[in-house]
Design a protein around this ligand. Structure first.
Ligand code: ASP
Length: 437
């Protein structure tokens, strides 16, 4: 068995946290490839090292003195080294970083040093080989991840390495310059490494025991999710994004490798398994509920719309032209409604409206803002009668008006549109009708 273990920033914020991580790794000989993030916050008032690096580099770029911030960053690492009683000196590394900051090596380079230095410490602490992703994880010239080249070179490299530490978050461009993924991107590195070594499991260690069936700020003490499919997670992406980077599922999903979300501070918890498929029935009809506020609907009306071939395409072309992605598009016989993110739409609103008038000559266009979308998701919903009825009942009992309903043809999810002000009450009502202890 081969396991890839990725540890998030809060799992590596101090020497004490490193020791917990060391115990987790030593508890299972299959945990052979380790992907660390940069040190995160030690408490709620602390600053993540990645953020300190961005601040430090911003000063360098403005030609200002950045030595005090760099010294603070060095202190964070020195605290870990001293706490672990390691025989490791990072003076030369910091000298190189200082020179590269002065030479304006770029903010991607700057941010990547958080993971790079933590990787050096982790490799030294565990006695594992340090593998620099700058040499094995690649981006194309236009900045997209180069899956093919990475997989080829990284798998070849790791074939010959029994145990390794591969820092998260970065790789390199064809010109050799360092490039990072978006924030939280160490999750993606873990997934890439898992694919490259054909891991049996990708363990993603963080500071929560997996996904919850609803946001705990809305529903008190929600149930944990033991097992969820990749497709369900995609449908719940509003919720998942804070635990796992959305792009992290693609490399492992392709290779059929399950992800296990685990808690560094409670390693005995089983966490959540994210799998391609499962015949394990969920405890309740729904696996989870997630949602988001801040949508706006554009309701287009035109007599005989249904007979006009290409109507939908012309409408969507207008949104495309202004770079606005749409979230949902329910329709009636002579109406078509497009749900978009309010923040994306607002500034282009008048341009879009005049574009729509030109494109499809509608009878009327109505706008409604401050809407929320709620996704009720569960593989248990398939072929199960009464799911929609239960949702409607819950919402009507809570006196909530439904603005929109959309069921995916996979029968995996039902999307409900409500007013922003009804958002929390709607989630609570739906949760309570399905999850009965
Ligand atoms: N350290 C990076 C960040 O703060 C990447 C990561 O932790 O995944 O976004």
């Amino acid at each position: 068995m081969k396991k890839v273990v990725k540890f998030g920033g809060s799992s590596l914020a101090s020497a004490q946290q490193f020791e917990k991580v060391g115990n987790i790794i030593h508890a299972d000989a299959d945990r052979k490839y380790v992907v660390p993030s940069a040190p995160g916050k030690r408490d709620s008032k602390d600053t993540k090292v990645t953020d300190m690096l961005y601040q430090c580099y911003a000063l360098a770029e403005e030609g200002k003195d950045f030595s005090a911030v760099l010294a603070k960053i060095k202190e964070r690492y020195q605290g870990i080294i001293d706490g672990l009683k390691l025989d490791l000196v990072l003076d030369d590394e910091f000298e190189t970083i200082k020179k590269n900051f002065e030479a304006k090596a770029g903010d991607n380079y700057a941010a990547s040093r958080g993971e790079y230095l933590n990787g050096i410490i982790m490799a030294n602490y565990l006695g594992y080989e340090f593998v620099d992703p700058a040499d094995y994880i690649f981006f194309t010239e236009d900045g997209n991840f180069d899956a093919e080249r990475t997989d080829e070179l990284l798998s070849k490299k790791l074939e010959g390495v029994e145990r390794a530490v591969i820092p998260g978050f970065y790789g390199s461009l064809p010109c050799g310059k360092i490039k990072t993924f978006s924030r939280g991107g160490s999750d993606i590195t873990g997934s890439i490494v898992s694919k490259a070594v054909k891991a049996d499991v990708y363990e993603n260690w963080t500071d929560v025991s997996g996904f919850l069936a609803a946001d705990p700020r809305i529903v008190s003490n929600p149930q944990g999710i033991e097992i969820i499919t990749y497709r369900e997670l995609r449908e719940l992406s509003y919720m998942g994004a804070t635990v796992l980077h959305e792009d992290a599922i693609f490399p492992v999903r392709k290779a059929g490798i399950p992800i296990n979300i685990r808690n560094t501070n409670a390693p005995e918890d089983k966490g959540t398994w994210i799998v391609e498929n499962t015949c394990q029935k969920p405890k309740y009809v729904i696996t989870g509920i997630a949602g988001k506020k801040g949508f706006c609907s554009i309701n287009i009306e035109k007599d005989m719309m249904n007979a006009e071939v290409g109507f939908g395409r012309k409408v969507l072309e207008v949104f495309e032209h202004y770079g606005i992605s749409f979230e949902h598009m329910p329709s009636g016989i002579d109406t078509l409604t497009v749900f978009v993110h309010q923040s994306e739409f607002e500034e282009k609103e008048q341009k879009v409206l005049s574009g729509l008038h030109k494109a499809v000559n509608p009878d009327s266009i109505d706008l409604e803002s401050d809407l929320a979308l709620i996704a009720v998701v569960g593989r248990g919903m398939k072929s199960q009668q009464g799911t929609a009825a239960s949702i409607f009942l819950a919402l009507s009992q809570a006196n909530i008006n439904i603005k929109m309903i959309d069921q995916g043809s996979s029968e995996l999810n039902i999307i409900i549109g409500v007013k922003n002000s009804d958002f929390e009450a709607a989630i609570k009502a739906i949760y309570n009708i399905f999850v009965t202890e």
